[in-house]
Design a protein around this ligand. Structure first.
Ligand SMILES: [Zn+2]
Length: 443
């Protein structure tokens, strides 16, 4: 039997008629109300120390009361419960700052399970409930069968997110082990137990974020000089949203490409088990406002998610855990020292190596209980996300030292991938559950 993983394909909905846009908008307002009812039920249960609402209770409470297809309303309830679950798990793991859902939602994404979608030639028909007009959308060529989907507002328009199954490759035979060190300057640094290494640059992502911050700053300054809601204010706001949307797509694309390269590298080197170091805790350190901003915008959770998802698809077993202390220890003699540049140089035994690879190699001890020898520089590949050519470290392509030189200029500043269709992973347990057939609801 072939196992199937869920991924999400995104189709940007352009050229929607005014009527369709109106139906979607009104539907999203209704979905927001469903959320509100769930939230109120939870609030009552919390203040009265009663039984917390479950799936059945919420479905009963919201049944037939809203201008939505019954299954769309149910999916909002499920999303709400998933959100409560995630909050509970986080609180139990010590994150007391996490609150259970408490906000009003003016809008909420519209969701349909696969059973509710109808395909009709070149159209997708999404029902809005008996007696109401359905949403009719153009059918993308790749959509072969009815699938769970979601209509999402992306700040300037709507997107259709469709859950599609992708085949999982059979599990890799027991082979090498590898660890990933996540970072900002280098998105991923991988070492294997067979003395191979890979470094994927994260500078493309970092510079995209920097440009995004600058744009936010300059538009915010202009917006303070006009009246809120005025024509100019609206124009600026639209410009800002459009820019941010495009930048986020570029970042997402780079992130996918970077993590894909890690998995390809692992497959190439017959890795069957992958440890992903979780940098939790690094971010809480205070280190000046510029660095604080960079740190707070470092989305390593997504890197972990993408790597977990992609390795599952490739049949590699992955697990995640601490990376505490791994970057400040000499892999040869254990001497402790915090490097300031990209090169780790030991004062005691004279060892030198790439800083992020040092972190990665030290993780082997935490993950697998044994530490392989540090890869020689000839066996280390240095990549930027999106570049197809694999380059081996030698004189013609030096590692990223942090200094600008012809060999280490951040590329893909203007990565202009047309992101009309895109694949992202389905978030699991993040509170935003996605319509997925595997979670088919007992209806
Ligand atoms: Zn040493």
């Amino acid at each position: 039997m072939v196992e199937v993983a869920q991924t999400v394909r995104i189709e940007v909905l352009t050229g929607l008629s005014r009527k369709t846009s109106r139906i979607i908008r009104n539907g999203q307002i209704e979905a927001g109300k469903v959320w509100g009812v769930c939230r109120d039920a939870l609030k009552v249960a919390m203040t009265e120390h009663g039984k917390w609402p479950n799936r059945d209770a919420l479905q009963k409470l919201t049944k037939g009361r809203f201008g939505l297809h019954s299954q769309s309303a149910q999916m909002v309830c499920h999303a709400f419960l998933a959100n409560v679950d995630t909050a509970r798990q986080l609180r139990q793991s010590g994150r007391k700052d996490i609150r259970y859902p408490y906000k009003d939602k003016r809008f909420y994404s519209l969701m349909w399970p696969a059973q509710a979608m109808a395909l009709d030639g070149k159209r997708i028909v999404l029902p809005m409930g008996r007696g109401r007009e359905s949403i009719v959308l153009p059918r993308p060529e790749w959509l072969a069968q009815p699938s769970a989907c979601k209509i999402v507002w992306n700040r300037i328009g709507y997107e259709l997110h469709v859950t599609v199954g992708t085949e999982i490759e059979s599990a890799m035979a027991a082979g090498a082990q590898a660890t990933v060190d996540l970072g900002q300057i280098h998105q991923c640094a991988v070492t294997t137990s067979t003395r191979k290494g890979l470094i994927v640059s994260g500078r493309g992502i970092r510079s995209e974020k920097r440009r995004l911050n600058q744009m936010h700053g300059s538009i915010a300054a202009k917006m303070t000089r006009c009246i809120k809601g005025s024509r100019r204010w609206k124009k600026l706001s639209r410009a800002r949203n459009g820019y941010a949307l495009r930048a986020e797509r570029r970042i997402r694309d780079l992130r996918h490409k970077g993590t894909r390269q890690v998995i390809d590298f692992c497959r190439h080197n017959k890795v069957s088990s992958l440890y992903i170091g979780n940098p939790d805790g690094v971010r809480s350190r205070r280190s000046g406002r510029h660095h604080n901003q960079r740190m707070s915008q470092w989305e390593y959770g997504r890197d972990i998610d993408y790597l977990t998802h992609k390795s599952r698809q490739a049949g590699i077993s992955s697990f995640s855990g601490t990376e505490r202390g791994t970057s400040s220890r000499c892999p040869e003699c254990g001497h402790k020292h915090k490097p300031s540049g990209r090169v780790w140089a030991c004062k005691v035994c004279g060892f030198t190596g790439h800083r992020d690879l040092v972190g990665s190699i030290n993780m082997h001890e935490i993950a697998f209980g044994e530490k392989p020898t540090f890869p020689v520089s000839k066996e280390v590949t240095y990549l930027r996300p999106g570049t197809a050519a694999r380059r081996v470290l030698d004189r013609s392509s030096r590692p990223d030292t942090g200094h600008r030189s012809s060999a280490s200029r951040p590329v893909l500043l203007h990565g202009s991938q047309d992101a009309t269709t895109d694949t992202v992973r389905a978030p699991q347990g993040t509170g935003h559950i996605l319509a997925s057939p595997s979670e088919a609801l007992p209806l």
